[in-house]
Structures are given as C-alpha cells and as structure tokens.
Design a protein around this ligand. Structure first.
Ligand SMILES: NC(=O)c1ccc[n+]([C@@H]2O[C@H](COP(=O)([O-])OP(=O)(O)OC[C@H]3O[C@@H](n4cnc5c(N)ncnc54)[C@H](OP(=O)(O)O)[C@@H]3O)[C@@H](O)[C@H]2O)c1
Length: 241
C-alpha cells in the first residue's frame, strides 16, 4: 500500500537545508511548496523536480506575501500537511550599534518569520488531524558564544516557542525542533562584519556535514508513525566541540 502524498511547505527552499529538504521530501512522495525570495532559484528547482513541486515567492517578514502563498496552497493543493520553518539568516559579529540592522533582520526572519508563517498556515495544518511543524533551530539555541548573541537569542526564542506550541497542538500536530551544528551552506556569505565573515567562512569551508545530511534526518522524522513524535534533535559534525 503506498503512502498518501502529503503537502509540505518549506520556507527558505532556494538554497542549503531548505532546498535539500525539498528534494528529500519530494523523493519520499510528498508534494513540495517552495517558499523564499529568490524566484529564479525556486523556479529552477520546481522545474527540476517536475510534478508535485510548486514555487511561490514569499518573504517571511511580509505577512501579506505569506497569506497570498497560503491561499494558493489551499486553492491549488487543498492545504498544507507539513510546515518546515527553515528560512533564516546568521549575521554574526561583535555586539555593537553598527550591527543593529543585522540584529533586527535576524529577529524578523528567524523568530518573527517562523512565528508568522506558522500562524498563517496553522488552520490548514490542523485540518485532517495529522499535521507536522518542523522548525530549524541551531546548536546556537542551546549554547551561546561570543559574537553570536542576537543569532543565539533568535534560536533560544524559537526553542521556547516551539515547546509551548508542541504542548498546545498535540496530538493532532507533531512539533519538532531540529538543532544543527555547522552545515556546509551559504549561510555565512551574508555576514556583514568583515573579520567575522572571514573567520566563519573558513570554518564553513571545512564543514563536513551537508544539507542533505540534515534533510535526511527531517525526512526520517516525518516518516515516523503518527503515534510517535520526535520533538527535538540536536546534531553536530562528529568533530565539532
Ligand atoms: N548552515 C548551518 O550551519 C546551520 C546550522 C544551524 C542552523 N541553521 C539554520 O538552518 C536554516 C537554513 O539555513 P542554511 O544553512 O540552509 O542557509 P542558506 O542556504 O543561506 O538558506 C537560508 C534560506 O533562508 C531564506 N531566507 C532568508 N531570508 C528570508 C526571508 N526574509 N523570507 C524568506 N526566505 C528567506 C533564503 O532564501 P532567499 O534569500 O531566496 O529568500 C534561503 O533559502 C536557517 O534557519 C539557519 O539558521 C543552519
């Protein structure tokens, strides 16, 4: 007996962990909805995946664009079963007034963006009584370090919010936190503080864990039978301190 196709909405699907997750869930037979701002990358991925892939440009800091996306998912696909809150930015640097635009962006994307996306898709996820919300947090949601204060604050914040949501939404919606260590993606490329960008860029240049490694864990989590909820996974490269 084949598993019925689920509709999975993935934010930040234009690169890195989100793109790999879209590929993994599509391979598992799910219909994937690709959300991000870079339309060209989303459309190229949707074309490559072929059937059961829909690209919808959306900015998680713009609630209207999320509402428009949710309306399309409802109309064209009958609603979402899975939401992967993955969109994020990591604009690291020493705490100073010069970084204040970066701080605001991290809070708006990583924290408010995930909360708003969930709020907008929640009714769809509840319909059918078998939803899943996966949120990509970080090791930085468990361990703060010098230079990552606001990034860590967004990830600590999302951890608390996700646990509260888990208790509110059980048993019909399973809520899961994924907390990766260093993963080889373009995440550090957007850092504005030059010295930090160089140091973190070197660390990411040597990263051994791939976005596909994380996507496989997400696909495994979603494939568990409905009576089992994996609530939290903390995962690091084997050599990460
Ligand atoms: N790589 C790591 O080491 C690592 C470790 C722990 C946690 N994480 C988390 O994993 C998640 C994915 O990051 P990644 O490593 O895969 O990096 P990435 O390749 O840079 O992916 C980030 C994604 O977020 C999207 N995004 C950024 N701002 C957005 C906005 N305002 N609206 C919609 N989408 C937006 C980007 O798409 P557009 O630019 O096209 O909008 C992109 O697809 C993030 O939450 C990150 O904090 C990563």
């Amino acid at each position: 007996m084949s598993t019925p196709s689920r509709v999975a909405v993935i934010t930040g699907a234009s690169s890195g962990i989100g793109e790999a997750t879209a590929r993994a869930l599509h391979s598992a037979g799910d219909t994937v909805v690709l959300l991000a701002r870079r339309t060209d990358r989303l459309e190229a991925l949707a074309v490559e995946l072929g059937e059961q892939a829909l690209a919808i440009p959306a900015d998680v800091t713009d609630r209207d664009s999320l509402v428009a996306a949710a309306e399309r998912v409802q109309t064209e696909l009958g609603g979402a079963d899975i939401l992967v809150n993955n969109a994020g930015v990591m604009l690291l640097g020493p705490f100073s007034a010069e970084q204040r635009d970066d701080y605001r962006q991290m809070i708006e994307v990583n924290l408010l963006g995930a909360i708003t996306t969930t709020e907008v898709f929640l009714e769809q996820l509840k319909t059918g009584g078998a939803g899943d919300i996966i949120t990509i947090s970080s090791v930085a949601g468990r361990t703060a370090r010098a230079g990552n204060g606001v990034y860590a604050a967004t990830k600590w914040g999302i951890n608390g919010w996700s646990e509260s949501l888990r208790q509110e939404l059980l048993p019909d919606i399973r809520v899961t936190l994924i907390e990766p260590g260093v993963v080889a993606t373009e995440l550090p490329d957007h850092i504005t503080h030059a010295q930090t960008k160089q140091a973190i860029g070197e660390m990411y240049g040597n990263a051994t864990v791939t976005p596909e490694d994380i996507a496989e864990v997400i696909a495994f989590t979603l494939a568990r039978p409905r009576h089992l909820a994996i609530n939290e996974i903390l995962l690091r490269p084997a050599d990460q301190r």
